[in-house]
Design a protein around this ligand. Structure first.
Ligand SMILES: *Cc1c(COP(=O)(O)O)cnc(C)c1O
Length: 419
């Protein structure tokens, strides 16, 4: 951001006027008010109505033949998003698939990548993991006949700190060493917005012989990812946050190419994982698709995929995650400055300050402890954001559809509420 030495910073209006992505806001249907909660549920792409209507029409006119007819044949419909998901996650097409939902995918991938032995049985997660991730890891440990009190390792920020230190993560991995079967951490932490150093963590996990997987719920569509080059073993995400696929939208999964054809990995099987050219012969011999698609169980949910397609096309037209991130960094710089100028120490911004350690989501704490009241007053003022227990207000300016003016208005409304 350019500004002179006298602190003459650009205004929200100037930044919006110069924003090459500003036009994309008009491609979404946003609720009344200021929508700053794309970290929880992304906005509705207008073209989703068309894509969904098309599939309803095809169902109406073709019935079951829709599975096999035309470019949009439902049996192959999930392939329509593969290239775009690969580009968003830094993966090869054979490494990504849209399927199921996030927690389901974490379980399916742990079936393959959590293979405990009496010597090597631990899973490392974060102490403040999203509860679903905690439950998934804990139940996998029990399912394999181990005890979470011995096998679930929790890493926490240091006392008095909000975020995890890389050195502590790497030291914990080394400390558990050959007892560690799996490291499963978030790409972006849901509460603080912290981006974890995924490449370094992967390297450290591999150095002790563990598999490494990431939950990318808050990372996908938010920060740039290079899952293939980072050598990550697996990852899973939901697409209703920054990928705008709608409530309960279809999830996604990544398995590194060096594992996708490995038939020695244990795996739960379903008919959608077997060779598509012989699938409908209904033979019971499993002929694994030599890509991540062999992890698929069921035929794909076409209507949620239709919404996802609409959104991925818009993200691609905007220039993909690098273009979104470029705008996001300007928004972060603007938001940080306006918060400091306007609210000073009335707000404690616990989001990491370094750009490489954060995405677009902010975690704000009201210094005087009045957070819940402030959150309720924000809701009353039609600012859509969210509250996460015990004391954080999360707001996310999403570069695809939030303006600098949204940020400015939020800061001014907050200023009027926080005492
Ligand atoms: C949003 C989110 C979930 C939600 O899981 P679903 O299976 O999609 O309901 C799980 N974990 C994390 C870290 C999340 O941010």
């Amino acid at each position: 951001m350019s500004h002179d030495l006298h602190g003459d910073f650009p205004t929200a209006a100037q930044l919006d006027a110069a924003d090459p992505l500003a036009e994309f806001r008009s491609q979404f249907e946003l609720p009344d008010g200021i929508y700053l909660v794309g970290n929880s549920l992304g906005a509705l792409p207008k073209t989703a109505r068309h894509h969904v209507a098309t599939e309803l029409d095809r169902w109406s006119s073709l019935g079951v033949e829709g599975h096999f007819t035309g470019d949009l044949a439902w049996k192959d419909y999930h392939h329509l998003v593969t290239g775009q998901l690969a580009s968003i996650t830094g993966a090869k097409p054979e490494e990504v698939v849209a399927m199921n939902a996030l927690t389901v995918n974490l379980h399916l991938l742990m079936v393959s990548f959590y293979q405990p032995t009496p010597q090597r049985h631990k899973i490392l997660i974060e102490s403040h993991a999203f509860p679903s991730d905690h439950f998934a890891a804990e139940s996998q440990i029990r399912h394999r006949g181990f005890d979470p009190t011995e096998s679930l390792v929790l890493i926490a920020p240091r006392d008095g700190e909000e975020t995890l230190r890389t050195d502590d993560i790497l030291a914990t991995i080394a400390e558990h060493g050959d007892e560690l079967a799996l490291v499963m951490l978030p790409g972006v932490q849901y509460y603080t917005g912290q981006v974890l150093p995924m490449a370094e963590i992967t390297q450290a996990g591999h150095a002790v012989g563990a598999f490494v997987g990431f939950d990318l719920a808050h990372a996908v569509g938010n920060v740039e990812l290079s899952l293939h080059d980072w050598d990550v073993d697996f990852a899973a995400w939901c697409s209703y946050k920054y990928l705008n696929s709608g409530p309960g939208g279809v999830g996604g999964a990544f398995v590194h190419s060096r594992h996708v054809a490995d038939q020695t990995l244990p795996k739960f099987l379903g008919w959608w994982g077997t060779n598509a050219s012989t699938r409908f012969e209904m033979a019971t011999e499993f002929d694994a698709i030599p890509t991540i698609e062999s992890w698929q169980l069921s035929n794909a949910p076409i209507l949620p995929l239709a919404v996802l397609r609409a959104s991925l096309d818009i993200i691609e037209a905007a220039g993909g995650v690098p273009a979104l991130r470029k705008k996001s960094e300007l928004q972060i710089e603007f938001f940080d400055r306006r918060l400091t100028e306007t609210l000073g120490d009335r707000i404690d911004n616990i989001t990491p300050q370094r750009l490489e350690e954060r995405g677009c989501q902010y975690a704000l704490r009201v210094t005087n402890g009045d957070g819940k009241r402030v959150f309720e007053a924000l809701e009353h003022a039609r600012v859509l954001c969210d509250w996460r227990e015990p004391d954080v207000i999360r707001v996310a300016p999403v570069p695809l559809y939030n303006s600098f003016d949204d940020i400015e208005q939020f800061v001014q409304i907050l200023d009027g509420i926080v005492t």
